[in-house]
Write a protein that binds this ligand. Sequence first.
Ligand SMILES: Cc1ncc(COP(=O)(O)O)c(C=O)c1O
Ligand SMILES: N[C@@H](CCCC[NH3+])C(=O)O
Length: 427
Amino acid sequence: MANLEIGGIDCRRLAEVSGTPLLVYDEAKIEGQFAAATSNFKSEKFETEVVYAAKAFSCKAIFEKAKEAGAGLDVVSGGELYCAQQAGVDMKSVYFHGNNKSEEELRMALEAGCGTIVLDNRMESQRLVNLAAELKRPIDVLLRVNPGIEAHTHEYIRTSGSDSKFGISIKKAEEIAELIQPVLNSEYVTFKGFHSHIGSQITETEGFEKALEIMIDFIREMKEQYRITAGCLSIGGGFGIKYTAVDKPIPLGEMAEILARTCETLIAEKGVALKKLLIEPGRSIVGEAGYALYRVGFSKDTDSKHFLFVDGGMSDNIRPALYQAEYSCDIATRMGEPKDKTFCVAGKNCESGDILIKEAKLPSSVCEGDLLVIYAAGAYGYSMASNYNRAGRPEVVFVKDGKARRVLRRETYEDQLRLEADEQLTI
Ligand SMILES: Cc1ncc(COP(=O)(O)O)c(C=O)c1O
Ligand SMILES: N[C@@H](CCCC[NH3+])C(=O)O
């Protein structure tokens, strides 16, 4: 009976030291993914930049890894921006996204010296121009447009259909040109180009190639029809990873290379001068590097199911309940044993939908006290975790070369009570 090792460390030891549920990141895998993206996303025709999408997993330690890899940072809230500041990220490399940034967040970005705001709509464009003038702070902008591509992924994580809440439909060229006008007249805000993002967990190149073509045609149209020059294009993130044997993603490095080459061909064909191309991977950087370790508790048989309960659940990984997302798992303390029984792996949250894996083949010898590992748990698990049932968020450790470091400590009952208040409000 063997135990799973991550980064040269026995899982049982990790669980003994840190407790469970525990999120373990193999640092070498994170570094490998950053390197695959940055080294393959290169061109002699234009500048390139890899921007890590913080929403996939954010904490100071991962922001530091992005910085070391020479990647920029995509943030979508004051909270992510603040964390980036505290991690010592170069604010010039920060791209601030979001469809409804508050005035407070826009001020914060301007005051922090954030490099680029990715504008979403007309109201935001005018608001930013006014605020930048008031604060006398320079800032670059990209405008998010919606190329209208239906990506092959779950409907909740598609972002680019014509009714998406993000960006402005590419069909509304005149409206887009009008929206950019105040920026072009602004002393402080500089229009750099366009952004598009077609969805997430996309495993084929086709959607991205299509998006590139549509966006490059659009850049040409804006130049010819409206004399608006967009030197910069971000094609967003969304590169898929392998959750189960069904997923056959294109490796991130290959994807990055294909996008750079496709863009070179397209700009040559269409006679478009592009200064810079960006990608914004999130999931593909951290997803497969993350291992969720749970302690097995009780088990029970119902009419048609063998339930195996673990000490976490939808409060640390909402994805199965929210998107019917599928994962693969093992009993980390029984590696190599025959997987001869089908279990339904369920969490401990008070919700029937709190199922992590509907049908998992595992050794029938599994018993209370064993450890269960869910693979590819590094993206959108911790970042979408909640305190449902006052479950505390798990501890997070980074492991590498037989060494482990805690990067986020376990959330305690006391941490939660710190938010309690009993103050009379002056209304
Ligand atoms: C604008 C934008 N960029 C990047 C990403 C990162 O996506 P992913 O984690 O799928 O790479 C997202 C999320 O889907 C996004 O909305
Ligand atoms: N949170 C989603 C992806 C949304 C990406 C953000 N636009 C997931 O877990 O798959």
